[in-house]
Design a protein around this ligand. Structure first.
Ligand code: SAM
Length: 153
């Protein structure tokens, strides 16, 4: 692995009802109903949330901090064939960055966001918050490769 390491600083913490890895859904759309979660920003970043109130969905990037080691090849639990990690949404990646598109239900105070459709452990470090823009981010007809036949919400 190259040694040009990058330093990331969490901007906050994600609070979810999922206390163990086994309790986490495979993706945020599985739980029905989806639990409301809290995204708490560190006070020094809270002013960066200004004007977020008008968006209905957000993209959250977070650090999957309990990943032990990346696996470049593995057989997903619901599959029979070995897949490359970059063809999956597995957490066991060289840079374990999690990404979720979440429903934004508003603020709970100046530095806390109420969201739904998350799949991460309680206490997961938050890396970034971005507004979800259907005009540029949505591809409802995108092909889903090997995942096509397995897709469950
Ligand atoms: N939605 C994200 C994405 O697509 O990047 C994550 C998908 S990954 C399949 C979700 C799984 O990651 C959960 O079911 C759980 O097993 C694991 N996970 C959740 N939070 C984690 C954390 N903080 N550290 C390590 N693994 C985590």
């Amino acid at each position: 692995m190259t040694d040009d390491a990058i330093t990331l600083h969490p901007i906050g913490t994600i609070a979810t009802p999922f206390q163990t890895l086994d309790a986490c859904p495979r993706n945020g759309r599985q739980p029905d109903p989806p639990p409301q979660c809290r995204v708490r920003l560190l006070p020094e970043f809270a002013q960066g949330l200004r004007s977020l109130d008008g968006f209905g969905h957000l993209i959250l990037l977070y650090w999957l901090h309990r990943v032990r080691a990346p696996k470049l090849l593995f057989t997903p639990p619901f599959d029979t064939e070995e897949r490359g990690v970059f063809a999956t949404r597995s957490p066991a990646r060289p840079n374990p960055i999690g990404l979720s598109v979440v429903a934004f239900d508003g603020f709970d105070g100046p530095d806390t966001l109420l969201v739904r459709y998350l799949d991460c452990l309680d206490g997961t470090p938050l890396l970034d918050v971005k507004p979800y823009l259907p005009s540029t981010d949505a591809e409802p007809d995108a092909r889903m490769g090997w995942l096509g036949p397995h897709r469950t919400r």
